[in-house]
Write a protein that binds this ligand. Structure first.
Ligand code: CTP
Length: 438
């Protein structure tokens, strides 16, 4: 196993100097309060895999909230505590966060029983976790800083690239771990241990997934959709028969696989074009997942998954509209009739970027895709010079006429029939008269 010296070298290689200092300071606070503190879980896993992971989780043997408060007395950061769970979050001025949990102490408190194993409290905490690769911990306190705790063979499984549960009831106790298994398997390029795989499959077969609440299912699904490349995990979900657990009509045939691939291309293209925009990629993939469902099935699935209100509204208002536009564009292609820029603008301007990418992915014809791409990169940024104020100064009384004038101007501008402010003024005067002269 790794020695403390080697772990500290990984700290130096992979963590920012600020984070290294924070971990040292956590150790110092732990020393001062006589509470052992450990970095645990995904943070340690990814450190050993030499992958970046900015989510630091700490477990304190003792009162985690008292620990967090003492840390915040010594450092510029805020504390948010959850007394019910004995957890706290440190929030740093740069927005960074550290989660702190308290390891349960029952072990020590059992009457008459002395702790037989050193660190039994952290060990019990780690034993409750999903996979061995997530059970590694690094001690932070003083002399122990960098000491790696590996009670369940996590280092071996990291080396062998295998996911193993800690006990036979793991998936039964928490069926969402099935989704986590698939996510880790595909993200890290690991495989399931033979026994773990059969436990996972029987948890699915025995119907344990139906016990998972909609909100948790939705959460797991969107976490998968947020992965850098979610496709392998989505395909694996289908292969393991998990999609019908979400809704009986959900399938993943060859057509939908190709749709997911097209969506992933569209997302990459968009993110390259708009490096600063935050795209809700998961929405694009969610639309792909339900692309073939009848509109009547959509509310059922939204209810089953407890979809957040905002997204439910998008499904209600934009999905059907998107399908209509896809059919319109296909008809235009059939008639070999290229839509004018103003027509494209009218068809597409009501959609969120996520829905536009879904539309893009759904179009199999290269030409139709170019129309939509042209709208996204150019047409929608088209603007005109005149606005409501200008119309008022020109003497038009405010009212619904404004919208009519301005959309006419935009359409003419999009179609290249006018170019300058002068063109706009001339057009308004020609079509709507000189109100001052009336
Ligand atoms: N965990 C678990 N069972 C779950 C969810 C979480 O046992 N259903 C444990 C895992 O051991 C995990 C830890 O809680 O390491 C923290 O969970 P989370 O932050 O979701 O996981 P990470 O391992 O950090 O995964 P990611 O890299 O995807 O954030």
């Amino acid at each position: 196993g790794l020695k403390a010296r080697q772990v500290e070298r990984l700290f130096r290689e992979l963590l920012s100097p600020e984070l290294q200092q924070i971990l040292k300071d956590c150790g110092a606070v732990g020393e001062a309060l006589d509470m052992p503190v450990y970095a645990v879980g995904g943070f340690v896993r990814d450190l050993l895999l030499r992958q970046e992971n900015l989510d630091v989780d700490l477990v304190v043997e003792g009162n985690g909230i008292a620990f967090a408060e003492e840390f915040a007395r010594r450092h510029p950061c805020r504390v948010r505590s959850h007394h019910k769970f004995g957890t706290a979050i440190l929030i740093f001025p740069d927005g960074g966060k550290i989660d702190i949990a308290s390891a349960r102490m029952e072990y020590y408190l059992e009457p008459g029983a002395l702790p037989t194993v050193e660190h039994s409290s952290i060990k019990l905490d780690l034993y409750r976790r999903d996979f061995t690769i997530n059970t590694l911990a690094i001690a932070l306190n003083g002399k122990r800083h960098g000491e790696l705790l590996d009670f369940f063979g996590g280092q071996r499984d990291l080396r062998e690239k295998v996911l193993r549960v800690l006990h036979n009831l793991s998936f039964v106790e928490d069926p969402t771990r099935v989704f986590r298994a698939i996510r880790f398997e595909q993200r890290l390029g690991f495989h399931l241990g033979a026994h773990t795989e059969s436990l996972l499959k029987s948890a699915i077969q025995m119907g344990f997934m139906s016990r998972v609440s909609g909100a948790r299912l939705f959460n797991e699904l969107t976490i998968i959709f947020k992965e850098a490349n979610p496709l392998p995990a989505v395909f694996r979900l289908a292969e393991l028969g998990l999609l019908p657990c979400i809704h009986s009509a959900l399938t993943l045939g060859e057509r939908k696989r190709r749709l997911f691939e097209a969506a992933s291309q569209a997302v990459l293209w968009y993110e390259f074009q708009h490096p600063k925009k935050v795209l809700q990629r998961w929405e694009v993939y969610f639309l792909c997942l339900i692309s073939d469902l009848d509109y009547r099935a959509v509310p059922t699935i939204a209810r089953r998954l407890d979809v957040p209100a905002r997204f439910r509204e998008l499904l209600r208002a934009q999905r059907g509209q998107a399908h209509r536009v896809i059919r319109q564009l296909a008809r235009r292609l059939g008639r070999d009739q290229e839509p004018r820029p103003s027509e494209l603008h009218r068809m597409l301007s009501g959609f969120s970027d996520e829905v536009l990418l879904y539309i893009l992915a759904r179009l199999s014809d290269e030409r139709a895709r170019q129309w939509v791409a042209h709208y996204i990169t150019h047409l929608r940024h088209t603007s005109i010079h005149l606005d409501g104020h200008a119309l008022k100064e020109m003497g038009f009384p405010p009212g619904p006429l404004y919208k009519k004038i301005l959309s006419l101007l935009l359409a003419e501008r999009l179609d290249g029939r006018i170019h300058s402010l002068e063109d706009e003024i001339a057009l308004v005067q020609r079509r709507f008269g000189r109100p001052g002269a009336r």
